[in-house]
Design a protein around this ligand. Sequence first.
Ligand SMILES: [Zn+2]
Length: 318
Amino acid sequence: MANGDMKSPVRVYIGAALARYGFGEGHPFGPDRMDAFWNEAKRQSLDRKVAIAAPEQAMEEMIHRFHTSDYIERVKALSLTGEGFLDHGDTPAFKGVYEAAATVVGSGLAAVETVMCGDYPRCFIPIAGLHHARRDMAAGFCVFNDAGVLIEVLRLVHGVKRIAYVDIDAHHGDGVFYAFESDPDLWIVDIHEDGRYLYPGTGHANETGKGVATGTKLNLPLMPGADDSEFHRVWPEAEAHIREAKPEIIIFQCGADSIAGDPITHMRFTPAAHAHAASSLRDIADEFCQGRLIALGGGGYNRANLAASWSEVVSSLL
Ligand SMILES: [Zn+2]
């Protein structure tokens, strides 16, 4: 782990404690996802081009910035027994789920520290971007909403006001969207499979934010089977929206389940779409955010797809 080049502009969080966030061998969101990515990244020699950092577990008080006390206590209790569900049947508990989920959050918080103090402008956390979790419950394989915690901590600890959250996972990022629906300083772009055909069923084009936040959220639902040509058709609108936001930092959820061949979605992007989004966001971050960009792996259940598209994202951020 000592071969990261200190001159690299990108820090990547890798380690067994992060990989552990998964729901058992054979589950779509299994604990083998991080290694699937990292083996491909090493094959491309990316491990010698990025700085590698160990995962960190978040302190409970930081998780509190987004989640309710009752819910955190429930996760801790089920983490001891490893039995039952954290929601209505999608997200099973496992022994140590609290520590694993807190490590997803803590690695993101370490990335926030890193980019805010200027050590590295850009970070990538492969097992992260758990965008379905709500303040008071788990949902869709997501226990703690790391992006939500990061947004709250950027505001409360670092005084950052305007943040852009960009999500190209096949699923709508409902846990982030509805938590900040009325927040005029969280600008969202969410490209996803139309909710009429895929979980969680939300993210319609007419959902643009509420009250003073109206117009700060851009949902771009695509029909099942949408390929790179559809991505390129809508991406200029996404770019224009983020530029209008003039954000101080960009959080990028680059879920790989929008790539053709994912077992639980119907989208048909190639990893080139993820590469294009990442390099475009890198340029916008350079223009508005002093380079600050945190990329979160998000979904992706075809291992070859997540390995290829996350490697493309890291390459584009270098
Ligand atoms: Zn997804």
